[in-house]
Design a protein around this ligand. Structure first.
Ligand code: GKR
Ligand code: MG
Length: 455
């Protein structure tokens, strides 16, 4: 018998799990107001060839603890066998020692509407870093290792606009981009009216060249938010604009707000959710039938089982398959399915650093067919935060897919150490948007069915 000769690839010699914090503006949403700092978790893998691979996922104590426990399962593994390693992680995470208890689950679900944070977050941190290493080993951009490989050279991204609270009414240490002009000044100023949102859109376009917009809703009354969308459309008639109230509206409110507004809304993101014993998927399907407006979600089709139900009901046209909770392979697998089934792939985001920007970019680069411009919060961090030497840039409303191998980014260890120090000084557990909101409205409490300010 001829012995099987297998080429070997480098092995992982070190895994670091580093919680980090970054600065943010006082962005408003259904859950309240963003605090001055957000947290993320970085995974750095070193291999026997001397390369470093990176992954970034949401910051939560549950994810951090799980990643720390997995270190022995990752070190010593061969990078080309990353599927085997990830399968071991999955098996271990679903085993008794890692089974998520309800209190851990509560820690993972940092925001009331973040029903999508789950153990796949843990797997993705390692997956991204392993694929980054494998790409470097093979001399290929990471997107060539996903799905059917690279499909585009540039990835369209949208301007993610927010209502902004007056940080002057708090004693919280918000950054103010002191001495800067244009977008960088405006991203720290109160914005509560359609005019202010229109100005924000214009400043974002001037800085980054966007053609697509998303307004985070669930803050003002539905009519006011639609008026803000109209103001964006007035300034940029060719733009594709969407609004995402995170299911704050009842079905009746959502229909009243959106029916006949197809000329303003390219699609509606989570306009409504579960009510009166019907699931969010059933209610979204009713919304679509009543308005004829396409729907996107990061709330009701966040895994394969939910996706199956959503598809049977015809509830969702644009699943926002964020690789941080679908995994990078999973997100691209869904993109392929969308392409074959006539759906449109997109991605959700949360506040993130430049490692996640590269992760989104490679997934979108491997997504076949027409995709919708992907979400990114990066414009709120760009210019004030970075963990890599040269973050990917948003220009002309797109990110050019790096030609360099792997993720195409290089860690900046000094910046990572600073962000970790910041984490140690400021991170007080789970994200809590109610805390900052109470400076604007004393005794404010979250209500998933009422806008946070326009009550
Ligand atoms: O950053 O406030 C925010 C967003 O509301 C975020 O938490 C959401 O997860 O962007 C997300 C969304 O599309 O729902
Ligand atoms: Mg959303």
């Amino acid at each position: 018998m001829i012995p099987v000769k297998r080429a070997t690839s480098p092995t992982v010699v070190e895994m670091q799990v580093i919680p980090v914090a970054g600065r943010d503006s006082m962005l408003l949403n259904l859950c309240g107001a963003h605090a001055p700092y957000f947290t993320r978790i970085l995974v750095l893998l070193k291999d026997s060839a001397g390369n470093t691979g990176m992954g970034e996922v949401p910051g939560s104590n549950g994810i951090l603890l799980a990643l720390q426990k997995l270190v022995p399962l990752v070190t010593g593994t061969e990078i080309a066998r990353h599927h085997q390693t990830l399968n071991r992680l999955r098996a271990s995470l679903s085993g008794p020692s890692h089974r998520v208890t309800s209190s851990q689950e509560a820690a993972v679900m940092t925001q009331p509407h973040e029903i999508n944070l789950r153990l796949e977050n843990v797997v993705t941190a390692v997956e991204a870093a392993l694929l980054d290493l494998l790409g470097q080993h093979l001399g290929l951009p990471l997107c060539e290792l996903l799905g059917a490989g690279q499909q585009r050279s540039h990835v369209p991204v949208l301007a993610y606009l927010f209502y902004i609270g007056d940080r002057g009414r708090t004693d919280l240490p918000y950054d103010d981009d002191a001495g800067r002009e244009g977008w960088y000044r405006l991203r720290n100023q109160e914005a509560l009216t359609p005019e202010a949102i229109g100005e924000q859109a214009a400043a974002a376009v001037e800085r980054y060249g966007f053609r697509d917009f998303k307004l985070k809703g669930g803050v003002m009354r539905a009519e006011e938010e639609i008026a803000a969308v109209a103001e964006i459309k007035r300034r940029f008639p060719q733009a594709r604009v969407t609004l995402d109230p995170n299911a704050a509206w009842s079905l009746a409110e959502a229909i009243a707000a959106c029916r006949g507004q197809g000329h303003l809304l390219a699609y509606a993101e989570d306009p409504c959710g579960p009510e009166k014993g019907y699931s969010g998927r059933e209610i979204m399907a009713e919304f679509k039938r009543a308005t004829g407006i396409r729907t996107a979600t990061n709330m009701v089709a966040t895994d394969w089982r939910q996706m199956g139900h959503a598809h049977l009901l015809g509830a969702v046209d644009i699943p926002l398959a964020d690789p941080h909770f679908w995994t990078m392979h999973g997100s691209v697998r869904l993109a392929q399915l969308c392409h074959d089934w006539g759906l449109t792939w997109g991605s959700h985001s949360n506040n993130h650093f430049d490692v996640s920007l590269a992760m989104f970019t490679h997934c979108a680069a491997a997504a076949p067919g027409a995709i919708t411009a992907i979400d990114t919060h990066w414009i709120w961090q760009e210019g004030r935060e970075r963990l890599t030497r040269e973050p990917l840039r948003i220009e002309d409303g797109q990110v050019a897919v790096p030609e360099r191998p792997g993720l195409g980014i290089e860690p900046d260890m000094e910046r990572i150490a600073d962000a970790h120090d910041l984490y140690k000084r400021v991170a007080g557990g789970a994200r809590d948007d109610a805390m900052a909101m109470r400076y604007l409205v004393p005794d404010w409490v979250y209500d998933p069915k009422r806008p946070s300010l326009g009550r």
